[in-house]
Ligand binder design. Structure first.
Ligand code: C2O
Ligand code: CU
Length: 465
């Protein structure tokens, strides 16, 4: 499915909206911030267009920005006002296992009407996000996600120069409302996931933000879509990359290639110092025609040289490749692929089982979580996961509770110097090797963040003892 303005705009034309990026502050009570997951209505297509029936945190998608300083405690009381169980995952945070929010692995699902208190220290500064982690393919697609920003000890950007862009790819139907009927389509599960046809930033179509010429801004891009791999070209608007998946690069980097891919759940922090009069749009380039999703109007003239802030890196444990254990994960299945012999919930699937269970992908012959872990690591051990993609699709592989370095892609070095990541893209028929120190005790997922792929089998887990 392609995103096209033409399809949804009809003859209306696109009027630039002179709105600043919406953002909302949160009130805290008794030390806990309340997040209420429940149904709400929101216009996605155009602000005055028809409203969609969404599921959101505190009444809007994205949910409120949760913001703490590095080393501070996050305290969130999640109340479930949905009609199905839920849980809340803090994506990319090195967190105590009991707070990781994976229903069925690290906690019981939170039943309708119940609450759960999440409380943890945010150890690393950077751009993170939170989202539902029970039937995520359904709950995230309906709007259950929001940004989690952890500030550096002293923030190098003040709040006017530090902008969060939570980008989502929605599938709209009819007059431009969320296409609910196609949720769970096996076609999506077995191909490239639920792709949409409309993009929003912080819940709004094509918001326009005013920036002052000559001042340095940090743009935090968060890909909250179920399955779309965004492609953007930061060189088109003279931006540099400061951080991937929350982790700062040693210094900002101008990319020597294009496009920059931002897979589902990945984040990129960009640094930009706009020139006078250099209005620009950020465009998504993966479709047939570029799709502009965020606009910037530049005012004023530069007053001298800006000081270019750089971000202090977080202190992550460096993998010890010499002493590492290598774990192999072979991905099979999907359309145009051969899944081989598959075990699901202890039973070998055959014939119509695939259709009935929706299991269409496997890791090492297992669809979804096997009883035994993929690997059981001793705390402090370096793990190399070698992932072999024997499918016809790209995947966005996410490790819970740890950041890793991509050390090799199909036998070649990684072009941008092995940055830390919590999710990495792997192309069809590619092999990647990632390395990290398994230093966080508990049970952790390794799964595809194309949420239909995860639901359709692409989930496994490892433990750290
Ligand atoms: Cu962003 Cu398993 O999650
Ligand atoms: Cu996938």
């Amino acid at each position: 499915m392609h995103i096209t303005r033409r399809h949804f705009l009809g003859g209306a034309g696109l009027a630039a909206l002179a709105t600043q990026f919406p953002s909302r502050a949160l009130a805290r009570q008794d030390g806990f911030t309340d997040l209420v997951a429940g149904p709400s209505r929101q216009a996605l297509f155009q602000p005055d267009g028809p409203a969609s029936d969404l599921w959101t945190y505190n009444g809007s998608a994205p949910g409120p920005e949760i913001r703490v300083r590095r080393g501070e405690r996050v305290r969130v009381r999640l109340t479930n006002r949905l009609e199905e169980p839920t849980s809340l995952h803090w994506h990319g945070i090195r967190i105590e296992n009991a707070m990781d929010g994976v229903a069925g692995l690290t906690q019981e699902p939170i039943e309708p009407g119940e609450s759960f208190d999440y409380e943890f220290v945010a150890p690393d500064a950077g751009t993170y996000w939170y989202h539902a982690h029970n039937k995520s393919w359904n709950q995230v697609a309906r709007g259950l996600y929001g940004p989690l920003i952890v500030d550096e000890d002293t923030s190098p950007f003040d709040r006017d120069h530090d902008l969060t862009l939570v980008i989502d790819d929605w599938r709209l139907a009819g007059e431009g409302t969320l296409d609910v009927a196609s949720l769970g389509s096996l076609m999506d599960w077995s191909h490239d996931g639920r792709l949409g046809n409309w993009l929003t930033v912080n819940g709004r179509a094509m918001p326009v933000q005013t920036l002052n010429a000559g001042e340095a801004y940090r743009l935090r891009l968060i890909n909250a879509s179920n399955a779309r791999i965004f492609e953007i070209d930061p060189n088109r608007f003279d931006a540099q990359v400061m951080a991937y998946d929350g982790q700062a690069l040693p210094k900002p980097v101008r990319l020597s290639y294009a496009p920059l891919t931002i897979g589902p759940s990945q984040r990129v922090d960009l640094l930009i110092v706009p020139d006078a009069g250099s209005d620009f749009k950020i465009e998504e380039l993966s479709g047939d025609t570029p799709f502009a999703f965020a606009g910037f109007e530049i005012t004023g003239v530069p007053k001298g040289q800006p000081n270019l802030p750089s971000l202090p890196p977080n202190d992550l444990p460096e993998p010890d490749l010499a002493g590492a254990s290598t774990v192999r994960v072979e991905m099979t299945g999907g359309a145009m692929g051969n899944i081989g012999r598959v075990t699901y919930n202890g039973k070998v699937l055959e014939g119509s089982d695939f259709r009935d269970t929706g299991q269409v992908w496997a890791f090492n012959g297992n669809a979804n979580l096997p009883e035994a872990p993929l690997y059981s690591a001793k705390r402090g051990e370096t793990i190399i996961i070698e992932t072999v993609n024997n499918t016809a699709f790209a995947h966005a592989m996410h490790v819970h509770g740890h950041h890793f370095r991509v050390i090799e892609r199909s036998g070649s070095e990684v072009d941008d110097g092995q940055p830390w990541r919590d999710t990495s893209l792997i192309g069809p028929q590619q092999t990647t090797r990632i390395a990290f120190v398994a230093d966080n005790p508990g049970k952790w997922l390794y799964h595809c963040h194309m949420l239909e792929h995860a639901a359709g089998g692409m989930n496994t887990w490892f433990e750290v003892t």
